[in-house]
Write a protein that binds this ligand. Structure first.
Ligand SMILES: Cc1cc2nc3c(=O)[nH]c(=O)nc-3n(C[C@H](O)[C@H](O)[C@H](O)COP(=O)(O)OP(=O)(O)OC[C@H]3O[C@@H](n4cnc5c(N)ncnc54)[C@H](O)[C@@H]3O)c2cc1C
Length: 374
């Protein structure tokens, strides 16, 4: 996938670029291109830049923001882990840059993550760990550090009070990011970008973009069009939505430094800390394009599983039950398509935050449009 561009080729500047989609990919792309001196226009059906959390809009806002190249090897290929490590380096640099220019640096932390299992589930947990170790490659080396109860208490005192003894493994190097704050900062810091809200893009072609306005017969013309519409790009690619649900909690006094995943035969739940004493419990994965509110079953299962490892959550307050669709292609791999005048990226599925910077960086290089910060 890496392009064959001479290292010294200077990036092109001053292009007119149309971006379809103001989700995760669209915002990261617009922010990057605007900094390279291009004239960027972004079109999205959302009424405004910040989400309503109503099941519609960008999946990027709903995402938990786990950047877990190793833990994801349970279901993903080693290439995802390889791209994931590259993306983590980019996110670190992007968060620092946003922090130096915006009023608040979006929260990004690289404290590793924890896998935990109740004693009764050790067999199932071991099978997951074996799969992770079997996926280990030169680019994606899996280092699982089994933790003693004492070491676990040192790392995450909050896990000490769980109902019974927890088995735990530490995955160093993994990270997490505040998705909502980062999406907002990418928008606010994208100087000169023209954001066109309530403007769905009907179709795209090299250098051309059709809006959904009734009666519009002529496309808008650009030097480059980026099709980053996620599940909205069905006219161009066989994308489908895979439903996911997350619970937002306010948990005063709870301190958690890193994401925690429960290895359980049925309930694969993770808990991700967010600034402001909030935590996010995620995520269901349902083969459905239903955007309606969360089901009782999902709410009960997610919260009961999270409570089983963090009993302190009992008094937490439920802030929001959020749902959205992950954009997935039939093979569950991301697609990056470039041709003169057109770039399309889609199918980021459950790894959008883990993959977006690495994929965009590659695409920019192949189009001679510069690089992402690293
Ligand atoms: C519950 C849940 C949890 C997740 N957790 C994680 C996680 O922990 N880590 C991780 O790496 N990933 C996670 N993801 C995945 C990640 O959110 C997605 O892979 C990522 O958001 C995809 O980025 P995107 O820009 O392609 O799509 P989106 O972020 O969905 O953005 C697509 C944009 O296109 C717009 N659009 C739609 N139709 C049109 C149209 N006709 N014209 C113009 N614009 C249009 C939409 O309004 C939207 O703004 C999670 C996803 C979900 C749902």
């Amino acid at each position: 996938m890496r392009p064959d561009v001479p290292f010294s080729t200077p990036p092109r500047r001053g292009l007119r670029i149309g971006v379809a989609g103001a989700g995760l990919l669209g915002r990261l792309m617009a922010w990057t291109l605007s900094r390279q001196g291009h004239q960027v226009s972004v079109f999205d059906p959302a009424p405004q830049a910040m989400p309503a959390h109503d099941g519609h809009g960008a999946a990027g806002f709903t995402a938990a923001g786990m950047l877990s190249p190793l833990a994801e090897l349970d279901t993903a290929e080693p290439e995802v882990a390889h791209r994931g490590w590259q993306s983590i380096a980019h996110w670190q640099a992007i968060a620092d840059e946003l922090g130096s220019r915006c009023t608040q640096r979006p929260h990004f932390a690289r404290n590793g993550s924890l896998l935990v299992a109740h004693g009764s589930d050790l067999g199932a947990a071991r099978r997951v760990l074996q799969r992770l170790e079997a996926s280990s490659t030169a680019h994606a080396q899996v280092q699982l550090h089994a933790l003693s109860a004492e070491r676990l208490t040192q790392l995450e005192p909050a896990l000490h009070g769980s109902g019974g003894p927890l088995h735990a493994w530490w995955l160093p190097g993994e990270a997490h990011i505040d998705t909502v704050a980062t999406m907002q900062a990418l928008h606010d810091d994208a100087e000169g970008v023209r954001w066109h809200w309530a403007q769905p893009v009907q179709d795209v072609a090299p250098g051309q973009l059709w809006l959904g306005n009734p009666g519009q017969t002529q496309p808008l013309s650009f030097d480059l069009v980026c099709d980053l519409r996620g599940t909205g790009a069905r006219s161009a690619t066989p994308v489908r939505g895979v439903r996911g649900e997350v619970v937002w909690l306010h948990a005063p006094g709870l301190t958690l430094q890193r994401p925690v995943r429960l290895l359980h035969p049925r309930h694969r739940v993770y808990i991700v800390p967010r600034p402001g004493e909030r935590v996010l419990i995620g995520a269901s994965e349902l083969e459905s394009e239903d955007r309606s509110p969360m089901s009782l079953r999902s709410a009960v299962e997610l919260m009961a599983a999270a409570h089983s490892i963090l009993p302190e959550l009992a008094e937490a307050r439920i802030l929001r039950l959020d749902t959205n669709l992950r954009p997935a292609l039939p093979d569950h791999r991301p697609e990056v398509h470039t041709e003169p005048g057109l770039l399309r990226i889609n199918g980021l599925y459950r790894h959008g935050w883990l993959l977006a910077p690495a994929l965009i960086d590659d695409a920019l290089q192949s189009l001679q449009l510069g690089r992402l910060p690293t």
